[in-house]
Design a protein around this ligand. Structure first.
Ligand SMILES: Cc1cc2nc3c(=O)[nH]c(=O)nc-3n(C[C@H](O)[C@H](O)[C@H](O)COP(=O)(O)O)c2cc1C
Length: 211
């Protein structure tokens, strides 16, 4: 039976939502897991785990991050350099990518400190992560404040070019999906009737049917 939800569920009372809407936890729509890299103002490579993003375009190809915290290095680096790289990790290096959150000092090369390799992008003034199977070179197009308090911004990037592992765009080899391909953020799904709170997972995508 389909049920209607438009008010904060009683079952979530007292639960820590970490700034997310109860609707986020109820719908729990998965989105791609990526690492955004750029240079900090001291020239050190920055790396920021991001999700809640989408990729599409009318004229060209764009990446839109729905909610970027303005106090972080990623936002500052984007404002200063006007560019970044969006890196796509596969499951074998996800733990290292997650380590970039711990290695978040201003004076730290966050990529190297997390056991990953820095490579310069060939199109924009930003570092990229060698071990990621896809790197998208991006330029900042526009930003829009998401809330009146101005803590988070929706960011639109124009993709100027990509570097991609030939084993991933070859469907007969590793391919883009399944256990060696794109990762998705399955973020803390909750049951709005019981309040049950399920773990956050990295997910993969498998092909189901032709359409
Ligand atoms: C899976 C995952 C997704 C994340 N997505 C976002 C996001 O969409 N927006 C955001 O502001 N922070 C997000 N974060 C948190 C940042 O990665 C974290 O605050 C990081 O330390 C910020 O780094 P920076 O200061 O180098 O930008 C995410 C973290 C994880 C683990």
């Amino acid at each position: 039976m389909k049920k209607e939800f438009d008010k904060f569920p009683e079952a979530f009372a007292g639960q820590e939502l970490y700034g997310f809407s109860w609707l986020e936890h109820t719908a729990a729509v998965p989105s791609p897991l990526v690492v955004v890299t750029g240079y900090k103002s001291n020239g050190k490579p920055n790396a920021t785990m991001q999700s809640w993003c989408t990729f599409t375009g009318e004229e060209g190809y764009h990446c839109i991050f729905s909610s970027v915290h303005k106090s972080g290095h990623m936002y500052r680096s984007l404002k200063e350099t006007g560019c970044c790289v969006v890196n796509f990790p596969s499951a074998d290096i996800l733990d290292k990518c997650m380590d970039t959150i711990k290695n978040n000092g201003f004076d730290t090369d966050e990529i190297t400190a997390s056991g990953l390799t820095v490579e310069p992008s060939c199109r924009v003034n930003a570092p990229r992560i060698k071990e990621c199977f896809l790197n998208m070179d991006c330029e900042l197009e526009w930003e829009h404040d998401l809330s009146e308090d101005g803590t988070h911004a929706t960011i639109c990037l124009k993709v100027t070019g990509i570097s991609m592992d030939d084993r991933r765009y070859n469907d007969g080899d590793l391919g883009r999906y399944g256990e060696t391909g794109y990762l998705y953020n399955i973020h803390s799904p909750r049951n709005p009737e019981t309040g049950d709170n399920f773990d956050t997972y990295a997910g993969i995508l498998s092909k189901l049917m032709k359409f």
